[in-house]
Write a protein of this length. Structure first.
Length: 184
């Protein structure tokens, strides 16, 4: 079937829905796509498909030959373009995330606990710990270092650092002063 659709060809294709749709699609899809692109549709190909999905069930009922069909197809295209513009205006503008412009911050649970406990209490709490446990908590929580860095600084394995941290936190949990701040 050529791109030139005639009234005679339309009459001949009546009753053969698949062939009629193919002929109409081939005749008008390029023009509809061009129209939607020129009108600024967000995704002209998708909107073109929507147009022809809306046209398909009504093909057999359209009157006026090729001229009536063209009018109907472009009426649907215009309506879908308006819908697309409305959808675009309601959708939030998408932007790349820029972490340096994001003012939000979230502290770790340990940092929040340390903020809630008065400075004098921190010293008293740390005095409950062995020296190596105190050092691990100071490096991990106060200095914010990773387990790898603390292990390197203290000359211990990562497992040993994790174990010291776990035991230190368990010791602190046992004292009622910090039970509300340090979750199990």
């Amino acid at each position: 079937m050529t791109d030139a659709l005639t009234d005679a060809a339309l009459r001949d294709l009546q009753g053969r829905e698949a062939e009629l749709f193919t002929a109409v699609y081939q005749a008008f899809a390029g023009q509809v796509l061009g129209y939607l692109t020129a009108k600024g549709a967000s995704d002209p190909e998708a909107v073109t498909q929507e147009v022809f999905l809306a046209v398909l069930p009504r093909l057999e009922t359209i009157t006026g030959g090729v001229s009536g069909l063209r009018t109907f197809v472009f009426s649907v295209a215009h309506a879908r373009m308006v819908d697309d513009h409305r959808r675009q205006s309601r959708a939030p503008e998408l932007r790349e995330f820029e972490p340096e412009r994001d003012p939000r911050q979230s502290n770790s649970a340990e940092a929040e606990a340390m903020d809630r406990v008065a400075y004098g209490e921190v010293g008293a709490l740390l005095d409950l710990l062995r020296e190596d446990q105190r050092e691990v908590l100071s490096l991990r929580i106060v200095a914010g270092l990773t387990v790898d860095h603390v292990a390197e600084i203290m000359g211990k394995s990562q497992g040993a650092v994790k174990q010291l941290q776990r035991r230190a936190l368990n010791t602190l949990r046992e004292h009622s002063v910090v039970k509300e701040y340090i979750a199990p």
